[in-house]
Design a binder for this molecule. Structure first.
Ligand code: HEM
Length: 328
């Protein structure tokens, strides 16, 4: 997991100097391998800022304007301006605090932590701008789809408390959930994902019935992702998160492309092997039967790096859905 380092001042909501990311000088890596970024006093690179998906999020928000005939260059300039005015790079103090907080997190919690990111952000509704990556999952634990999420949230709480007490750093739940999810991926051997900060926490639960039911047909799952602003490549890449946990895709704590290799074989159809029949959940099993998804599944099964690349992009997209600026 990578937290981009940047300026020490927090930008007020909606008002960020346009020259926030004038260019990096050098990158530092902390003891726990957490943070290539910049030293205090330097500003984060523009590339860092865009990388986390702020650009993608901004794009999804103004895409409709571009489609309405706005000049493409103007649209891009607007996207860049938005990306610069949104999430920010972490300060070195925050990076150190996060590294210290992570030092007490057990790798065994990785599956629950990664899942939490989806349940927090996956309530996003692009058409209304409601829901998203806002920490509201902490008010949604009694919902049927939230079974097991408490384990992850307890870790978030513990890290939040620790970094506040030890380092006097206060991060929003929304930021910490994204940070810990990225950490989980990396800790289990997956790609390093850069994370920017500044999400504001919601003080209420998001709307119900937004997280797709595992028994939906593939078209229903695609629709649910599309409602969030995520496409089929995002769906297939993010579903690869199910490599973590106990659904039978190889080692439960190894983030790799075993998920795709396995679902192509459809082991759940094996009448003679009861264990094999337990592999995956319905939303995994529908992917190899849908021609559009199957093509992507094969791509990722054949090339783990492609999976990692797409996962990094899709995670960043998911982690910036519907955020509001002004995190703790
Ligand atoms: C496509 C729609 C999705 C559905 C219907 C779905 C549903 C589920 C369900 C029902 C479980 C519990 C499985 C069990 O232990 O019995 C689960 C686990 C998990 N999900 Fe998803 N999920 C979806 C997408 C995602 C996405 C996008 C992520 C990315 C963050 C994700 C991450 C995880 C992880 C890491 C676990 C394992 C959790 C653990 O073992 O503690 N899922 N999912």
């Amino acid at each position: 997991m990578v937290v981009a380092l940047g300026t020490t001042t927090r930008a007020p909501a909606g008002k960020v100097p346009s020259k926030r990311f004038p260019g990096a000088t050098r990158r530092v890596r902390t003891r726990c391998g957490v943070a290539p970024g910049k030293q205090d006093g330097c500003t984060a690179s523009r590339r860092d800022a865009l990388r986390l998906g702020a650009l993608l999020a901004a794009l999804s928000q103004i895409g409709s304007q571009a489609a309405c005939g706005k000049d493409a260059a103007t649209a891009v300039a607007q996207v860049e301006a938005e990306a610069n005015s949104v999430l920010r790079a972490a300060t070195s103090k925050e990076v150190a605090a996060i590294a210290d907080g992570l030092s007490v997190v057990n790798k065994g919690k990785a599956p629950a932590l990664l899942r939490l990111v989806f349940h927090d952000a996956g309530t996003y509704e692009r058409s209304t701008g409601r829901g998203g990556s806002n920490g509201s999952v902490r008010f949604e634990l009694d919902r049927p789809e939230s079974r097991g999420l408490k384990r992850g949230l307890n870790v978030v709480e513990a890290v939040k408390k620790r970094i506040r007490a030890k380092s006097k750093v206060d991060l929003s739940y929304a930021d910490l959930i994204v940070v810990l999810g990225a950490w989980a991926v990396k800790a289990c051997g997956g790609p390093e994902i850069e994370v920017l900060l500044g999400r504001r926490d919601s003080s209420v639960a998001d709307a119900e019935n937004m997280i797709p039911d595992e028994n939906l047909p593939v078209v229903g799952i695609k629709d649910a992702f599309s409602r969030m602003g995520l496409d089929t490549r995002d769906l297939v890449a993010l579903s690869g998160s199910h490599a973590l946990g106990g659904k039978g895709f190889g080692d439960p704590l190894t983030f790799d492309n075993e998920y795709y290799k396995t679902i192509l074989k459809k082991p759940w159809l094996n009448k003679k092997d009861e264990m094999a029949q337990m592999i995956g959940i319905p939303s995994d099993r529908v992917l190899p039967d849908d021609p559009e998804c199957r093509k992507i599944v094969k791509e990722f099964a054949d090339d783990e790096q492609k999976f990692f690349q797409q996962f990094t992009e899709s995670y960043s997209k998911m982690a910036t859905l519907g955020y509001k600026l002004g995190g703790a």
